[in-house]
Write a protein that binds this ligand. Sequence first.
Ligand SMILES: *Cc1c(COP(=O)(O)O)cnc(C)c1O
Length: 231
Amino acid sequence: MIKITIKDNLLYINDRINEAKTKSGRKDNVELIAVTKTVDVDIIKEAIAAGVTDIGENKVQELEKKIPLLGNSVNYHMIGYLQSNKVKYIINEVKLIHSLDRLSLAKEIDKRAKEHNMVVNTLLQINIAEEETKFGLKSSEVIPFIEEIQKFTNLRIKGLMTIAPFTDDKKLLRNVFKTMVNFKKDITIRKYENVSMDYLSMGMTNDYEIAVEEGANLIRIGTGIFGSRNY
Ligand SMILES: *Cc1c(COP(=O)(O)O)cnc(C)c1O
């Protein structure tokens, strides 16, 4: 039996990304975040040795456990629902918070950022398909939310994030990603003070090729790299 390694998986994914870029005529960069929830530190180290530069976790507790063990060998992304009372534990450890989805959280991030005399980079999470089971702003809430967060001086919105529905319906997935691109365009035109649309964080194991074809430049892959786990 041939053993498929993390390195093989990464090579395969990078090929698929490049193919999707070629197909859509893109020349800009697509960054890969390896989603390491429930993955042991030793396996994460193997992924880092194979070229992974950024990892994503969806629980503060897991980040707190892994950061001391991995140090600055990798960049950290908070990609899951973030409780306001846990912001203080990770605020100066993560490169990007992908899951800004409510004003109370923005307020807490801004407050803690001020304490650290820093500016915190976030992405607005949008629940494009408005699935009950998922977090994120509804489409109609996005612009009013951005207008509200203008008052926060130590928080920046660097782009948008979404989790597409888990489905084989390619047309539906493409529509979700196209809607994100439209949001990006619309928000860019409005030239908000502390908002820039540098990142579109979308695409997971099930749908990253379509996401890249449509314009994703941050993709978050877990299963495709580490195999399936019980989340
Ligand atoms: C788990 C998770 C991923 C990765 O999902 P896979 O299907 O395993 O690639 C991406 N983004 C978020 C927010 C996640 O929670």
